[in-house]
Design a protein around this ligand. Sequence first.
Ligand SMILES: *[C@@H]1O[C@H](CO)[C@@H](O)[C@H](O)[C@H]1NC(C)=O
Ligand SMILES: *[C@@H]1O[C@H](CO)[C@@H](O)[C@H](O)[C@H]1NC(C)=O
Length: 484
Amino acid sequence: MPCIPLSVRSLSSSLLRSLLFLSMTIFLLYLLLFPNPLLRPPAASSSSAAPTLATAAPTLATAGATSVHHLLFGIASSARAWPRRRDYLRLWWRPALMRGFVFLDSGVGGGVGDDPTLPPTRVSADASRFPYSFKGGLRSAVRVARIAKELVEAVDGRFAPGDVRWIVLGDDDTVFFPENLAGTLAKYDWERLYYVGGRSEGLTQNMAHSFGMAFGGGGIAISYPLARALAKVLDSCLVRYAHLYGSDARIFACITELGVGLTYEPGFHQVDLRGDLLGVLSAHPLAPLVSLHHLDNVEPLFPSMNRTMALKHLFEAVNVDPARILQQTVCYDRLKMLTVSVSWGYTVQVFEGNQLLPDLLSLQQTFAPWRRNRNIASGFYIFNTREFPRDPCKRPAIFFLERVFSGRHRINSNYSRHVTNDCLQGMSSTKNLQQIRVSSQQLNHDIWQAPRRQCCDVLPSSTDTVMKIDVRKCKDDELIAMQP
Ligand SMILES: *[C@@H]1O[C@H](CO)[C@@H](O)[C@H](O)[C@H]1NC(C)=O
Ligand SMILES: *[C@@H]1O[C@H](CO)[C@@H](O)[C@H](O)[C@H]1NC(C)=O
């Protein structure tokens, strides 16, 4: 039948024409609505990409609260360590949002060039003219200390005032939690002179260096005006402090001579510890988790995973609710006489009986000191500790993060029982408990202005294999206790 092709053709051509007209109209409307190409909504393909505020429009960043793009990082590494250690950077570095450099002692060969998903590498300036006299120490400490100066010199005058507000120094094995770092620094006026960081966990390390020193592996944040002053005078300090051990001691000495003292923030973790960090991470201070260091030297954060997988797993929770990560909340099941301690995004521990909150804040000693020697003080820490019983029947039931789900209003995280830890006698009232489900809301960084622990409730459950916990803001005069 000859007419069919014809009608199809005429139909298709009229359809084509109207389609063309329609699309022209839409296009013209589009141009009318969005005359400036900068105002047009992003194309679908790029809508998932992170904003490129960092490099594209630096002046936009000068106003408002301090956030990740106001920080300039200087990461100390070496040509030998970088190919291995950059896996740590991959966990937390957001190339489109962050600025900084990795400083190496020499160029990296063997095809390890700059990777656009990581900070660019630079070779540190030669520091061999500076003296170093600490016996048995590493003279690379001088080169690493000078990162503070080279960092300022690399950017000074290239950004609008207020665009770079802090420089942050860290090691290649320092894992930063960027939103929490920015949230912590946002409490301070970056236009004044601030030196922010944390101590070593070990008493003897602080005694040997100083209780006023920010330990470098945990990260050191220096407000930009102080960093500029430091950059000017650092070389003269390096001559005067040749006898000190590390780069952080040199920075500390020079900042001390500038008349500035440490602003201690307990979320920076040097982790001068070995073994299992469970005790440290399940009773985090009432402050955001800013950094973790030395993770090569401790067991993987989650049992049954290797180090890399375990850190990625932690970041699944970090990425959903950074301010809440590791925050400890305690609640009670009065009927079953249980005490539940939640370290959000990491672990839940269920204790038989009534455990008082102040006791739960001291750290279960699952870890060992950095240096095991005959000096009895090497096992002393700068926080309270309590025994972690060898006998599994005397330990709490321990649950580790399995998954985090982010809903429209609430965040649900579930935790599954760590079985190898179990007491085999199985007489306890928690013997059937297999999983804990925790519901919470995203925590705003504002709470760190005047931190208050949150409260939680053990919800009624129809089964003894699942426990449901609801985390919420405490009422004004609410007490965290079994029988208030
Ligand atoms: C860690 O575990 C993951 C998944 O089980 C595996 O792909 C990866 O190769 C492991 N990494 C190391 C260093 O063993
Ligand atoms: C966690 O939630 C997922 C999805 O609902 C479920 O498949 C898994 O069994 C849960 N695990 C625990 C330990 O609650």
